[in-house]
Design a protein around this ligand. Sequence first.
Ligand code: G3P
Ligand code: MG
Length: 252
Amino acid sequence: EKNSPPQDTCLIFAHRGSKCNRPENTLAAFQEALHVNSDGIELDVHLSKDNQLVVIHDEKVNRTTSGRGRVCDMTLAQLKQLDAGSWFDKAFHKEKIPTLEEVLNLLLKENFAGYLNIEIKTDIINYPGIEKQLFTLMNTQTFPFKVIYSSFNINTLRNLHALGIKDEIAYLAGKTFQRVDLTVVERFITSLHLKKNYVFRHKKLLAPDNKPIRLWGIHSEKDMCLAFQHNISGIFTDFPEKALKIRKNQSN
Ligand code: G3P
Ligand code: MG
């Protein structure tokens, strides 16, 4: 493993890939995250009309592709027609919405040995059967990287647990401050992925059973430094390269 950080280091996850300089959730974004040697990669999955796991953030393709409409109303073949890069920069016009399988293959090809966080986007649409689909795909082989599943939807996490997932299952919270409810954190939840404000406002957070806390929405240098100073296990950032440099400078 190249440059693995020491055990108690705050891990840096490239949020939707290296989102600051590549179109989010594309192979180009993940390739860049690998290139800067990010400890982890975060991505979002939805189900297409023909039940394929596809990597995109929104329920609709409108914001990040050349198309219009909901992911769940389009087949994989239809989704593959779309340009998922030009909205960001014309140079990326060849980027497509990747399937999760394509991302896994990229990580395997590049010998990625860090952390892959698969966020299941069931916050608005339920995608019945998405957990089984994921479980089946992820069980076709063993991976050299560590997998973390997360979702804002606690039922999705319960379903994953019921299927017998052995990897980390993270409780994702804090879209709005009020939605953070640690009372729903059940024993099978291995880690907490919280919005930064939750921890920074409370100054200190007592995580049940000392579960690792990772924070999302950490994009400024100030927040990165705060996270590195608090006892935070990981951050999700659009700027993985910057975060890695800041962490390195702090440890010197
Ligand atoms: O998983 C952390 C973060 O990605 C959650 O928010 O909306 O960027 O998926 P969002
Ligand atoms: Mg996400």
